[in-house]
Design a protein around this ligand. Structure first.
Ligand code: ATP
Ligand code: MG
Length: 365
């Protein structure tokens, strides 16, 4: 599931002309001191895990990468002609969360895709921001979750403009406000009444799971009193570069998709991120014919590029059916001696529970 989410994220970033890089998981304090965040993180919520190497130098496990990517840009890009730039990586993050909970939703170690844009002017940076916003809409649409972008607070990242991507779910930790009569949509943290179209009570209140967050950072990291990253413009003047940063909680997306797609029997994976598209249940693995038919269906589907799982375990049928429902693959194919005799296989669509018998050489896919 993680690999499938990553593949969608990667493809959509490449369509937006982002380049994949890989930044270190263990990061030197030096760059975090330059941006002023080494102290800031210590004073605030202490989510940064720190330690010393054998030479007594300070290091941390990356909670995010604005500081390192800004240093990387400063060391490698010298001309305004090289802009815009858009770099991303998919890498482990570590945040020493006060309350890790809800399985993969909030873990200390998690997988995040983080992207960073660099532009000459605010105007260009906001264009890059819009491209990334649309990229996020494409990603979550392809993944197949019900989501909304909402205006959000910039918090620790800096800057003054940001959107969260929220998967709608009653169990979500975030409270969101929507105006049914306009496109006003905010995280409740961002509701300041003067700019809202209506009083809070008249707005629609829903809960959500934050799966992505994009920020226009401006010159927070590049200005002189931070990391001082300037480029000379065509007019000969040097000015600080404008940045944006864009995160997706890859592992949290998997958990959020389950939260939205399940029933009393287990998971119902959206097809785009299902670990396998088909699960074959071989009812009698001890029966040579039954096993060979199951293996043939398996090989045929695989040859067509369809991800397929074969359950040839010797457990009772009930346990196998229950487990196949639990893991939530979109299609199930039941191969049993009775069906084989009649020249048929039973196919079940997990989402609706609908069953159909098809000849041995036919599939609903
Ligand atoms: P939260 O408010 O949930 O703590 P955040 O606003 O601190 O998250 P960001 O800095 O915006 O998180 O990180 C980008 C994305 O990484 C988030 O939108 C979320 O999907 C994911 N994420 C953040 N913290 C965690 C975590 N502890 N476990 C899993 N995913 C996380
Ligand atoms: Mg956030």
């Amino acid at each position: 599931v993680i690999r499938k989410i990553e593949a969608i994220v990667r493809e959509e970033h490449e369509k937006a002309n982002a380049q994949e890089i890989l930044m270190p998981f263990v990061q030197p304090a030096e760059v975090w001191r330059e941006s002023g965040r080494w102290e800031k993180y210590e004073q605030k919520d202490k989510i940064m895990l720190r330690f010393k190497d054998r030479h007594e130098n300070d290091y941390c496990l990356q909670p995010t990468s604005e500081d390192v990517v800004t240093a990387l840009f400063r060391d490698n890009v010298q001309s305004y002609r090289d802009l815009p730039q858009n770099w991303f990586h998919i890498q482990t993050k570590f945040r020493d969360e006060i309350r890790p909970r809800f399985g993969l939703m909030r873990t200390r170690e998690f997988i995040m895709k983080d992207a960073y844009t660099f532009d000459l002017t605010k105007e260009d940076a906001l264009k890059s921001y819009d491209v990334m916003k649309q990229t996020y809409i494409n990603i979550f649409t392809r993944i197949g979750v019900d989501f909304r972008p909402v205006s959000a607070d910039n918090g620790d990242m800096g800057g003054d403009y940001s959107h969260e991507f929220q998967v709608l779910a009653q169990t979500g930790e975030d409270e969101l406000l929507f105006d049914p009569d306009s496109d006003y949509a905010v995280n409740v943290e961002k509701y300041d009444p003067a700019t809202a179209p209506k009083p809070k009570e008249e707005l629609e209140q829903v809960r959500g799971i934050e799966v992505g967050h994009i920020f226009y950072l401006g010159t927070t990291y590049t200005q002189e009193d931070a990391m001082d990253v300037k480029l000379q413009h065509a007019d000969g003047e040097s000015r600080p570069v404008h940045m944006g940063c864009y995160g997706i909680g890859v592992s949290r997306v998997a958990a959020a998709a389950i939260e939205q797609n399940h029933d009393e029997n287990g998971i119902i994976w959206p097809e785009a991120i299902a670990p396998y598209t088909v699960g074959i249940i071989c009812m009698r693995p001890d029966d040579a014919e039954c096993l060979s038919v199951a293996e043939k269906v398996y090989a045929d589907l695989q040859a067509r590029g369809i991800d397929v799982l074969l359950d040839d375990s010797k457990e009772p049928a009930g346990a196998k059916f229950a487990r196949m429902d639990l893991i939530g693959l979109p299609w199930q194919c039941v191969v049993g001696p009775k069906g084989i005799k009649a020249g048929e296989l039973e196919w079940k669509y997990r989402k609706t529970g609908e069953r159909q018998n098809l000849p041995l050489d036919k599939t609903p896919l």
